[in-house]
Design a protein around this ligand. Structure first.
Ligand SMILES: [Zn+2]
Ligand SMILES: [Zn+2]
Length: 353
């Protein structure tokens, strides 16, 4: 079978590896249909997020068809269309036992596409607790957005603004920014979206919830959306990981700043203001107890229009074009500006699903 391997920064390649089989009683083998390219994959490929083990198969946002099951598997059958939850946890370590499964201390060796062979492959091996059967009417493409949405719901649980009329801002109109916009709007909060890339902005316009607008800069957003050039910032979701220092002086008293990007940036902030203005600055990563099933339901019920966020689909052998579509140029070994409208890019493993 084929697998997209991470070797080193900027060095990914398709390799022929041994097929996977259900060996243990609860094993499930999935023939991958689609796998979304995540910011994490781009970070690994470009060296911005040096988390992956050399030689690992990348990919973690996938759906597919069950092709083999272990003898004790009860919840799925061969032929079922499934969504894969790619982040198992041990349930036994201190983090797992204190409601922090996203920081499981035994993650190493189990995290798909980072330390465990992931889903940019013809086959993926998991266990029955980490697959969910998709109803007939829900596409395998839509299902790939379950994992990123689950990460967002994890963050959303921590965001408790003082009022639903909070002046809220989401920076970055990639898949994470758009999913935050949708999730916040379910909570009754209507944020403004800010995206400096014209190609990202153009795509975002096509899949916003009612009442939400997207702008290329903060000034325009404040004056046009809030009709106030000094519009306070009660809630900020920063998907770029680069704006804390710049926006810090503008944060309203009692405001919340959520940072979810995985790019390094050292900043300096005034800690006196942190207390004096009752500011909350926080981060969030991965899935929490129940967030994956919550995300699955929101997509299955059509509450979040997941498939609309998909801008491109490429077969595995065109993975370089797929990464380039979101600005990760593996051939030139650099991040570039994108020219076409884009959001979530999928790699297709099996044609015609
Ligand atoms: Zn992801
Ligand atoms: Zn654990």
């Amino acid at each position: 079978m084929r697998a997209l391997k991470y070797k080193d920064t900027w060095n990914l390649s398709i390799e022929e590896v041994n097929d996977l089989h259900a060996e243990a009683p609860y094993d499930v083998i999935v023939a991958v249909s689609y796998c979304g390219i995540c910011g994490t994959d781009v970070g690994i490929a470009s060296g911005a997020y040096p988390a992956a083990v050399s030689g690992v198969t990348l990919g973690h946002e996938a759906t597919g068809i069950v092709v083999e099951i272990g003898e004790k598997v009860k919840n799925v059958n061969v032929g079922d269309r499934v969504v894969i939850n790619p982040t198992p946890y041990c349930g036994k370590c201190r983090m797992c036992q204190t409601l922090r499964i996203n920081h499981c201390q035994n993650k190493f060796g189990t995290e798909s596409g980072v330390s465990y062979d992931g889903t940019y492959a013809d086959l993926y091996k998991t266990t029955q607790d980490f697959v969910y059967v998709l109803p007939e009417k829900v596409s395998l493409k839509a299902g790939t957005l379950t994992e990123p949405l689950s990460c967002i719901l994890t963050g959303l649980r921590k965001i408790q603004p003082a009022t639903m009329t909070a002046y809220s801002y989401v920076f970055g109109a990639g898949p994470m920014g758009l999913l935050y916009i949708w999730a916040l709007s379910l909570k009754g909060i209507v944020p403004v979206l800010i995206e400096s890339s014209p190609s990202r902005l153009e795509f975002a316009k096509t899949c916003l919830p009612h009442g939400v607008r997207v702008y290329s800069n903060l000034e325009e957003a404040k004056s046009d959306f809030f009709k106030d050039v000094k519009a306070p910032m009660d809630l900020v979701v920063d998907t770029t990981s680069g704006l804390l220092e710049e926006l810090y002086p503008e944060l309203a008293c009692g405001s919340i700043y959520m940072s979810i990007g995985l790019k390094q940036k050292k900043v300096s902030i005034d800690t006196m203001q942190l207390a004096d203005k009752s500011l909350t600055i926080m981060g969030s990563i991965d899935s929490m107890h129940g967030s994956f099933i919550e995300a699955f339901h929101l997509i299955v019920k059509g509450v979040i229009p997941a498939e609309k966020l998909v801008s491109h689909i490429y077969p595995l052998n065109e993975f370089k074009q797929a990464f380039a579509a979101i600005g990760c140029d593996l051939s030139q070994k650099k991040m570039t500006k994108t020219s076409e409208p884009n959001c979530k890019v999928l790699i297709e493993m099996r044609a015609g699903q």
